[in-house]
Write a protein that binds this ligand. Sequence first.
Ligand SMILES: NC(=O)c1ccc[n+]([C@@H]2O[C@H](COP(=O)([O-])OP(=O)(O)OC[C@H]3O[C@@H](n4cnc5c(N)ncnc54)[C@H](OP(=O)(O)O)[C@@H]3O)[C@@H](O)[C@H]2O)c1
Length: 282
Amino acid sequence: MIVVFGATGTVGRQVVAALAARGEPVRAFVRDPARASFGSGVERAVGDLGRPDSVRSALAGADRVFMVSAGPDALVHDRTVAAEVRHAGVRHVVKVSSVAALPPVGDAYGGQQAAAERAFTLCGAGWTFLRPAAFMSNVLQWSWSITAEDTVYVPFGHIARALVDPRDVSEAAVTALTSPGHEGRAYTLTGPEALTAARQTEAIGRALGRRLRCVDAPPSAARKAMADAGMPAAYADGVLASLGDPDPARGGTVLPTVERLLGRPAGTFASWLAEHVAAFSA
Ligand SMILES: NC(=O)c1ccc[n+]([C@@H]2O[C@H](COP(=O)([O-])OP(=O)(O)OC[C@H]3O[C@@H](n4cnc5c(N)ncnc54)[C@H](OP(=O)(O)O)[C@@H]3O)[C@@H](O)[C@H]2O)c1
C-alpha cells in the first residue's frame, strides 16, 4: 500500500491518479473529504498532518509513502511523518524537497528543506528526494494581474529559472515509488530551458494573443502581499531569500535528470501553457 500525503495538491493529486492508473494500491491522506474525489480503487484516510495520531492510522499496513509538505508548518509535518514512518515499518519514502536544499544551503527556506530531508534519512526507511526547480504552475499566481491589467508584478524576475512541469515531478515520484534503484538517491529536477520572468510573460502573452508587461516588483511589496495572505513574517522572508538566490546551481541550470528518469524529454513551458492558458483569460 502506498500512502500519499498532500494528495489534494498540485503534485500529490497527479501522483494518486498515476498510481491508481497503474493498478497500485493507493491511500490518499486528505483533510477535507468533501474536497477530495479520486477515481475508484483509491482509499482515503482523513486526517491532518498536525495530528500525529491521524498520520499513524493512515500508515497502517503501508510499505511506501509519497510525502509533500507545504507552508510554514512544513518541517513539523515532515518530522511527524518521518517519526510515524519508523513506527509503521514503511520501507521506502519518496519526498518532494526543493533545489533550495542543495548544499551549501543559502537561506532559511533551504535550511528547512534540508532539515526535512535529514529527518527522512533517519526514519529507518529507504528514501528518495526529489529536488525540483520552481514549478511552472507558480505563474498561476499572476493570473489576477494579467486578467485585470495585462501586467505581471514579480520580484527577482531577472533571475532565469529552469522551470519544471509539476507533472514531471509527479511522474518522477511514481517512477521512484514503483521501480527499483532509487533508494538513497536525490534527484534535482528541472525543465528544458531557463526563463526569466520577462520571457515567461512573453510566452503567456503569445499564448493569449495579447501584449503583456512584466514589472520588477520590490521585495518589500512581495513581502507585504505574503503577509496580507496570512504568511508569518519569518517564513515569508525565507521564501523571498530563496526566490532571490542568484546561484544558477539551485534551479537556474537545465539538467537532464527528468529525461533520464522518465525516458522522455522534460515538459516545456509552452506545452504546460497550452493546457493552462484559460486560467489567464477574463
Ligand atoms: N512551487 C514551487 O516552485 C516548488 C519548487 C520546489 C519545491 N516545491 C515543493 O513542493 C511543495 C508544494 O507542492 P504542491 O504544489 O503539490 O503543494 P500544494 O498544491 O500547495 O498542496 C499542498 C498539499 O498539502 C496538503 N496539506 C497542507 N497542510 C496540511 C495539513 N495540515 N494536513 C494535511 N494535509 C495538508 C494540502 O491539503 P489541502 O488541500 O487540504 O490544503 C495539499 O494537498 C512546496 O512546499 C515545496 O516543498 C515547490
